[in-house]
Design a protein around this ligand. Structure first.
Ligand code: ATP
Ligand code: MG
Length: 282
């Protein structure tokens, strides 16, 4: 049976929500494409940081975006969340063009950047409430969601402390609570488990899977290949700005023509030392 796709909530309608049609044992299933990019490109000076990226991610999918340092992962997330403008190409979130309909796209998107930027003089709970208010989440709902997540992430006691007293891992965890409190339909996470202790990292993985089961689409970067291999439905690998592989673990193994390769083997084979494209270079 298809994953949570059929429970797609389909709230406020975008202009053109693209659907992918699948035949299943239960008939035909139409899956909304929640993230699409077409020839998405970002050039910094002469450096082509992201080079004609084209991909599609379905509703309810947990997508892992992998690549070596400097490959273009954060740049891609920044374009998809409207933090920077693409040089060329297009991208959409739930059918909303990220440039021309950025307000609508942002209203259904959550972002957990790699470096938490929080308000030091608020307590953890005050910060989460601020974000919930900005997204107009009814207080009863946001309080319930927040307390449940604070419990899951061992932050119940620290939730009343000022953020400036938080460790790096605690800052990342409170940021995750703030991002999830408004129940985004599409969630971008840049290195969500870096700096977390093993128990917290496991909880975060479980929380992300739970979000996908509820119909949220998750796009995350990670350098921890074991996490990608275990948790992600599909994986995209980017190297020097170019998408070099995309698919489920089984599909990646088939593309590598070897059934017993680990993700680490596949990753290392695909990300050998090639040059970033530079404009004006022969
Ligand atoms: N604002 C910027 N100005 C100039 N170059 C940039 C800028 N942001 C990123 N770059 C360059 O673009 C390339 C891609 O960077 P990006 O941050 O997207 O990599 P990444 O895949 O997220 O790497 P990491 O795994 O280290 O986080 C790098 O060569 C980087 O130096
Ligand atoms: Mg990065």
């Amino acid at each position: 049976m298809c994953r949570s796709h059929c429970s797609y909530r389909g709230a406020s309608g975008p202009n053109l929500l693209m659907l992918r049609c699948y035949g299943t044992a239960y008939g035909v299933c139409l899956l909304p494409l929640m993230i699409t990019t077409s020839a998405l490109t970002k050039i910094f000076g002469k450096l082509v940081a992201v080079d004609r990226l084209t991909m599609e991610i379905e509703s309810g999918e947990l997508f892992g975006f992998l690549g070596p340092n400097g490959a273009g992962k954060t740049t891609t997330i920044n374009m998809l969340t409207g933090l920077i403008r693409p040089t060329s190409g297009v991208a959409s979130i739930c059918g909303y063009d990220v440039q021309t309909q950025s307000r609508q796209a942002k209203s259904i998107t959550g972002l957990m950047p790699d470096t938490p930027q929080l308000y030091d003089t608020l307590t953890g709970r005050q910060f989460v409430r601020l974000i919930a208010d900005l997204y107009e989440v009814p207080p009863k709902q946001s309080e319930e969601r927040m307390e449940r997540m604070l419990d899951m992430l061992d932050l119940r006691d620290a939730g009343g402390d000022l953020i400036k007293s938080y460790s790096y891992g605690m800052q990342k965890k409170i940021l995750l609570v703030a991002v999830l409190v408004h129940a985004p339909r599409v969630l971008f996470l840049d290195e969500p488990t870096s700096g977390l202790d093993p128990k917290s990292a496991r909880t975060v993985k479980e929380m992300l899977r739970e979000q996908c089961d509820l119909g949220c689409t998750v796009f995350m970067t990670t350098h921890i290949l074991e996490i990608a291999e275990r948790v992600c439905d599909r994986i995209g690998i980017i190297n020097k700005g170019r998408l070099v592989a995309v698919g489920s673990m089984n599909e990646l193994r088939k593309q590598s023509a070897a059934s017993n390769l680990s993700l680490e083997d596949i990753f290392l084979n695909l990300t050998e030392d090639v040059e970033h494209t530079r404009i004006g270079k022969e």
